[in-house]
Design a binder for this molecule. Structure first.
Ligand code: ATP
Ligand code: MG
Length: 438
């Protein structure tokens, strides 16, 4: 992509509504634009990151055997009346009446809708287990939307729902999601700590929140310092194997948000206790038959007896993750994208638009890098070098290739790594090798 063609409305000034780095940089780097409080348009650069996050989530969810689908954003109120949550959900639910006076709502979550879907399609234990997910926009009329995508009214969530015949099966499903979450966040360059959590309006008796440590996080968290040394299962993980031991290890040390904090444990832990702030990026629940009972979702077991489905639900804040990744990875100049989610892998800076050799070599490198399968944003604008450097650092692409007349005299360009800030002079013919890590 040539920057002269790209829609990238960056801001020079710091927007005054932004109180935390991720909100500031998402606005300044032209990732998104506010439409109204807590509601944003995703601009091309921001959407690329959002899609990359979605894809990491998708691939890992698929690996667990969960299957992607897509449910609507607008839901009928009646299924929420069945579960009893229509009243309970309160003012956070955006309620809508259609032209036939039917009560509708913009979904804040999908337990009712998926239970309704499954009760009319799954009839016997032979159809179980099933785990279904989607990545869909949610709406919660938050009292205080703030910090940009961190607490929006409209936000993208990955929500998965598991259906099993018995508690044992449901715990297996829960464990699969537990491990998948550890792996998903790691692939985004994040260290997320699972913490015992309140089940809140979703209900249930087993629940973990996954929190990324960040000074700007909304939650106060407490954890045993050694939890940071636990290993995240690698690519060899077999989701059909018994995962209990891994989950047991991760839950063997104390970790809790302030809502679940236990003062007596805190004094016991003494020096080993860490206090920090965290961002909730995921939340998993096992809630048994809470919804299946209320909504009569049952199957016939092997003896022909009717049994209520054992369920769990599993959320990831996909749009919140864009902010969480920036909170975890930035400096005073801007964003530092981990390669796995970066909107482009490489940024090319041509320092001299009026120098025909610079233009020619920049154009050639632009084609060569693209042909090698790397996504590349080419700053071919007629701007000063300083402005281009600042812009490239702001948008945070992992690699910068800087082309100027002085280097070209020696047949060299400069390659800079955004994360380490290391710059090296590289002969034109070797640029691809450096970028491809060869
Ligand atoms: P919170 O405690 O932050 O309000 P929650 O516990 O109500 O979140 P869940 O119902 O567990 O949220 O939703 C699953 C995930 O969706 C959360 O872990 C979070 O990452 C994300 N999420 C929830 N509310 C918002 C929001 N208003 N804006 C952006 N992401 C959100
Ligand atoms: Mg939660």
């Amino acid at each position: 992509m040539r920057l002269t063609n790209y829609f990238l409305p960056t801001l020079r000034e710091n927007p005054k509504e932004a109180q935390i780095p991720s909100h500031l940089f998402m606005l300044r780097a032209g990732l998104m634009k506010q439409s109204s409080a807590g509601i944003y348009s995703w601009l091309p650069l921001g959407l690329k990151v959002l899609k990359n996050i979605e894809e990491i989530v998708r691939l890992e969810m698929d690996r667990t055997g969960s299957q992607e689908m897509l449910m609507p954003t607008i839901q009928p109120a009646e299924i929420w009346r069945e579960s009893g949550r229509y009243e309970d959900y309160g003012k956070e639910m955006l309620r809508i009446v259609d032209r036939h006076d039917r009560d509708m709502l913009y979904g804040p979550t999908n337990e009712e809708m998926i239970t309704d879907l499954v009760r009319t399609t799954i009839r016997t234990y032979k159809d179980l287990p099933k785990n279904l997910y989607h990545q869909q926009w949610k709406f919660r009329d938050e009292v205080r939307p703030r910090f940009g995508v961190m607490r929006g009214k409209e936000f993208l969530m990955k929500d998965a729902y598991s259906f099993d015949l018995d508690r044992e099966g449901a715990i297996r499903s829960y464990n699969q999601m537990f491990i998948a979450y550890l792996r998903i966040f790691k692939q985004m360059g994040l260290k997320a700590i699972p913490m015992k959590a309140e089940t809140g309006p979703i209900g249930g008796d087993l629940s973990h929140e996954f929190l990324v440590l960040a000074d700007t996080g909304e939650s106060e968290v407490f954890y045993h310092k050694d939890i940071l040394n636990f290993n995240v299962p690698n690519d060899e993980i077999d989701y059909s194997s018994d995962l209990q031991m891994i989950v047991d290890e991760w839950t063997s040390l104390y970790a809790a948000t302030s809502e679940k904090a236990d003062q007596s444990v805190h004094s016991e832990l003494a020096e080993s206790l860490m206090t920090a702030r965290g961002i909730e990026v995921g939340h998993i629940f096992y809630f048994g038959t809470k919804y299946s009972k209320a909504m009569s979702a049952s199957v016939a077991d092997s003896n022909g007896n009717s049994r209520y489905l054992e369920m769990g639900s599993y959320g990831i804040g996909v749009s919140r993750l864009v902010g969480a990744i920036i909170e975890a990875s930035h400096d005073e100049k801007g964003i530092i994208w981990p390669e796995s989610v970066a909107p482009f892998k490489v940024g090319i800076i041509n320092l001299r638009k009026d120098d025909s050799l610079c233009v020619k070599e920049s154009d050639l490198l632009y084609s060569a890098i693209g042909d090698a399968g790397l996504s590349v944003l080419y700053d071919d604008r007629d701007e000063s070098g300083g402005a281009k450097f600042a812009n490239m650092d702001l948008i945070g692409l992992p690699w910068q290739v800087i082309i100027g007349p002085r280097g070209l005299k020696e047949g060299q360009v400069e390659v800079k790594n955004r994360a380490t800030d290391q710059k090296q002079s590289v002969p034109l013919g070797a640029v691809l090798n450096v970028l491809l890590g060869r």
